[in-house]
Ligand binder design. Structure first.
Ligand code: GTP
Ligand code: MG
Length: 151
């Protein structure tokens, strides 16, 4: 089963968007298997966004992500990484389609409300960085057979 690491950034938490964002993943049929509020350290964030270290916006990004609690989540389901990215929308909200989270709730690339893993490999790394094994649940939602056709 495919897991994606999805985080509601400090602006999303402050703006009361935890509920609406969770609803979008639930409504689509994804299963929540891990969730917590975290105040990540600078070191933790620098590791999370290590591939962007050379970007001019890097220090601003780390300050933004460390400016308040982050809602860290693991969502499971079919193509969770790819579909999760499509639920989030394009990185720059000005280019995000209406109906996506960023396209409905954001205007500024530096305040784009949510994070989603971009590859299955990175999802594995991010989940290992943000969660302990014991914080990840294995369960079968009652509606499971109404979301997926039987093989
Ligand atoms: P994440 O899901 O947060 O990883 O976003 P992404 O995968 O859509 O984009 P990327 O990994 O390239 O960038 C990570 C984050 O850095 C973005 O979500 C933005 O918050 C921020 N960011 C990216 N590009 C810019 C930029 O040009 N200016 C500013 N200020 N922030 C940027
Ligand atoms: Mg990214």
């Amino acid at each position: 089963c495919v897991h994606s690491f999805i985080a509601i950034k400090p602006d999303g938490v402050q703006r009361g968007l935890i509920g609406p964002i969770i609803s979008r993943f639930e409504n689509r049929g994804f299963k929540l298997v891990g969730i917590k509020l975290v105040s990540p350290s600078k070191k933790h964030l620098e590791e999370h966004y290590a591939d962007l270290a050379e970007k001019s916006f890097f220090q601003g990004l780390i300050a933004y992500m460390g400016s308040g609690p982050v809602c860290a989540m693991i969502w499971e389901g079919r193509d969770a990484v790819k579909t999760g990215r499509s639920i989030l929308g394009a990185t720059n909200p000005l280019a995000s389609a209406p109906g996506t989270i960023r396209g409905d709730f954001a205007l500024d690339v530096g305040r784009n409300v949510c994070h989603g893993s971009d590859t299955v490999d990175n999802a594995k790394k991010e989940i290992a960085l943000w969660f302990e094994e014991t914080e990840i649940q294995s369960w079968k939602p009652a509606a499971f057979d109404w979301v997926y056709e039987k093989p």
